[in-house]
Write a protein that binds this ligand. Structure first.
Ligand code: C2E
Ligand code: CA
Ligand code: CA
Length: 405
């Protein structure tokens, strides 16, 4: 079996808990190494030895000397980018506060497990940790710079499409462009997790993005004709691409060539790196001033916290799929998502739940928020243009027949 979360660290001042956790993690077999520590000080030393080593840290909240909160703060200061899971019963307010504190320190708290610890609970959270941008997995399977240049030269980077659907009317509100490399030789498909980082590191991301934007905007016109419907096109940009102050002009030029306007487009900012430089903020503002919709992607696990959110010109928030997965039963996600729902309502922002896979998740979300768009495998996987159009025609037909009934 593929080891989804290779290296795990467990910190608890109770020896009994460490033994139970080790036994459960061994039985789950999802990891290669399990390290246990009886104190947060010892745990920090282990992390400092190699900041990229641990993929997940389980930590008790109440420990003598250094407690779990302080440990999270130090992990943030060290730039630890793996996932953190708290081993403790937590009341709603504590979850909310802990999640906010973690975000202030740029750490990724993804949930808590309660005592007595159960195998199924640990398994679910490890799956969530693996879903969450797992740096080690990305590094391991990344393609080489040469392969990426080859794909660019052979024009093998193509758009796939996935809809965002209104949860109440079933209308397709927008269609997200997701990059793929499709081999001209054998049709093999390479997913963006294996090449977007490489493109960013080697300064190839703009070349990829603008060529993809050209293809997608031209597809978009023909899709609207075929589907006899208006919707928006959602396009991903990494935050570092905003450092290029000329980025809005380049997008505008491509739009003009295709007789489209910025109001047709939503730019999704993927937050692998925090939005930080002044240039990034300037570009973001300029895009909004031109009329582009702006979506903050992966909200809940990225770097932007609630306060920053209020001062940035976003029009849409996408809740990360690690918070949507099993939301119908996961109290931690429920509390965090409820506070996101409240803040987006107050700020009049559109809200998208991504990664909806199960009907139970959709039912839960619809019950807790009026006016919501949903995206996920429950509706459609990302597809090449022709397959997407076929899917959308069927979807529209079914949605219309439901309205008539
Ligand atoms: P993202 O923008 O958050 O896109 C959503 C990802 O979740 C997509 O993965 C999509 O296939 C996947 N997904 C959608 N629904 C579900 C679901 O129900 N369950 C699960 N498990 N997954 C679902 P994909 O296409 O592999 O893209 C991964 C990431 O690569 C994207 O995450 C985005 O950050 C980045 N990316 C993709 N295309 C581009 C691009 O053109 N430019 C940049 N800068 N980044 C891109
Ligand atoms: Ca996105
Ligand atoms: Ca996302």
């Amino acid at each position: 079996m593929n080891k989804m979360v290779p290296n795990i660290l467990v910190v608890d001042d109770s020896k009994a808990i460490l033994i139970v956790m080790e036994a459960i993690l061994n039985e789950l077999g999802m990891s290669e190494t399990i390290t246990t520590c009886l104190s947060a000080t010892e745990a920090l030393d282990r992390v400092k030895a190699d900041i990229n080593y641990f993929d997940v840290i389980f930590t008790d909240l109440n420990m003598p000397e250094m407690d779990g909160m302080e440990l999270m703060r130090h992990l943030g200061a060290l730039n630890y980018h793996g996932a953190i899971i708290i081993i403790s019963e937590m009341a709603h307010k504590v979850i909310n506060l802990a999640a906010n504190i973690a975000k202030q320190h740029n750490t990724h708290l993804i949930g808590n497990i309660t005592k007595p610890i159960q195998l199924s609970q640990v398994g679910t959270l490890l799956t969530k940790a693996a879903q969450f941008h797992c740096h080690t997995l990305i590094k391991e399977s990344a393609i080489s710079k040469e392969e990426l240049i080859g794909a660019l030269n052979n024009d093998e980077i193509v758009p796939f499409y996935q809809p965002k659907v209104n949860a109440y009317s079933n209308k397709i509100e927008s269609v997200e462009v997701l990059a793929r490399i499709v081999s001209n030789k054998d049709g093999r498909v390479i997913s963006p997790d294996r090449f977007i980082n490489v493109a960013e590191q080697h300064n190839l991301i703009n070349q990829i993005s603008f060529s993809l934007f050209e293809k997608a905007t031209s597809d978009f016109n023909s899709m609207k004709v075929e589907l006899c419907q208006g919707f928006k096109l959602a396009f991903n940009l990494s935050s570092i691409q905003l450092d290029d102050l000329d980025c809005p002009n380049k997008l505008l030029l491509i739009l003009a060539n295709n007789k489209l306007t910025p109001s047709d487009i939503i730019i999704e900012i993927t937050e692998q790196h925090a939005l930080s430089s002044l240039a990034q903020l300037e570009t973001l503002n300029r895009l909004r001033m031109h009329g582009f919709g702006l979506s903050l992607d992966d909200f809940g696990v990225g770097f932007t916290n609630m306060n920053q959110l209020k001062s940035l010109p976003f029009t849409e928030i996408k809740i990360d799929r690690s918070l949507i997965s099993h939301i119908d039963t996961d109290l931690f996600s429920q509390v965090v998502v409820t506070s996101l729902i409240n803040i987006t309502s107050e700020e009049h922002l559109d809200l998208v739940a991504e990664g909806v896979e199960r009907p139970e998740e959709l039912i839960y979300l619809k019950h807790h928020r009026k006016n919501l768009a949903v995206q996920g495998f429950l509706f459609s996987h990302p597809k090449p243009k022709n397959e997407f159009v076929r899917w959308a025609k069927n979807w529209i037909k079914t949605a219309n027949s439901l309205i008539k009934k």
